[in-house]
Design a protein around this ligand. Structure first.
Ligand code: EPU
Length: 300
């Protein structure tokens, strides 16, 4: 049954993946639901269910150790399992939506548990229904992944091939790919245990082809990727670097020296400071390129 008290009312509006810019007077719950279970299999797949509070990377490592393939490219992403579908986390050519089967979520308004399949999650680039129509209405309890019996390695991302070569691996398995991804991430992304950060702070912007052509004529080196239907995806890290924010510290926070897309907290930065820096970065990128950056996180 739904609880009716003021703290609950506040909680309805607050779920993870938030940047708090002010003191919050309500109740905040941290989801610690644990447990990993093989819940089914067919000829090609293992179906693996994980509690939403499991640490993502520990979950990935566990699946790889069992020989359950598919999450190797998503190694070392900070956060918990429950946040992975909300954000449709992705790296090195793989997104959670590609390995997702279903999830169970608690509906705050009526206390019922609802199951979402991939279609119901309406996944997009760093997007899902939980950031749109179902925003703030559900608490994700567990997620079931559809993993492979026979590995389907995705090493098309250039840096993975190079790293496997550097490791002397000629016939890679899932744990080798995971090792390569871990090495690449460690080389440019700061460890949250040492330097506060939440990975990329902005999404890579997707813009119409015509707009892209104009920017490209002034900046021929601009990295770009086809994004379907006359659209082009730009690298926000490159835009931020060109706008002069790479490695620049503003008070207690700044954009990382090795990856300008990652906003880092050097210690003691308040939510307000983080928000102000992100606003300054957005403004400078817009002034230079006419491109609007969108934050990955929700702001409270
Ligand atoms: N670049 C720069 N300067 C920088 C950073 C990047 O010029 O400071 C250029 C790179 O040289 C490259 C391009 O931008 O040409 C793309 O950079 P990179 O390959 O590092 O990836 P990204 O687009 O910055 C995305 C994801 C990451 C994911 C990597 C690898 C987003 C918002 N970010 O970053 O995901 O790990 O690709 O697949 O899509 C996250 O979302 O938190 C995250 C870390």
């Amino acid at each position: 049954m739904p609880r009716k008290n003021p703290a609950h009312e506040h909680f309805e509006k607050r779920l993870p993946q938030k940047l708090f810019t002010q003191n919050y007077p309500g109740l905040i719950l941290k989801n610690e639901i644990q447990g990993i279970e093989l819940v089914g299999e067919d000829d090609e797949h293992f179906y693996v269910k994980s509690g939403a509070g499991e640490n993502w990377h520990e979950f990935v490592v566990y699946t790889l150790k069992q020989g359950w393939a598919g999450l190797e490219n998503l190694s070392l992403i900070p956060g918990n399992v429950g946040a992975s579908p909300m954000q449709n986390i992705g790296a090195y050519g793989v997104e959670v939506k590609d390995r997702f089967h279903s999830l169970d979520a608690y509906e705050i308004a009526n206390g019922k548990i609802k199951t979402f399949d991939a279609a119901a999650c309406a996944f997009g680039y760093r997007e899902s229904v939980f950031k749109r129509g179902a925003k703030d209405k559900f608490i994700i309890l567990n997620v079931t992944f559809k993993l492979f019996k026979k590995p389907q390695l995705n090493t098309s991302y250039g840096a993975i091939t190079d790293e496997l070569k550097a490791l002397g691996v000629t016939d890679p398995g899932i744990e080798d790919v995971s090792r390569a991804v871990i090495n690449i991430r460690n080389s440019k992304l700061p460890n949250p245990a040492e330097l506060g950060n939440a990975g990329s702070f902005f999404k890579n912007p997707v813009i119409p082809q015509a707009e892209f052509e104009k920017i490209k004529s002034a900046h021929p080196d601009i990295p770009n990727y086809p994004a379907g239907e006359g659209h082009v995806k730009l690298a926000a890290g490159w835009l931020i670097e060109q706008a002069g924010h790479k490695g620049k510290r503003t008070g207690n926070c700044g954009m990382h020296a090795k990856q300008a897309l990652v906003l880092v907290n050097y210690g003691g930065a308040t939510g307000e400071e983080v928000y102000a820096l992100s606003t300054a970065v957005k403004k400078d990128v817009f002034e230079k390129f006419g491109v609007e950056l969108e934050r990955e996180v929700n702001i409270v």
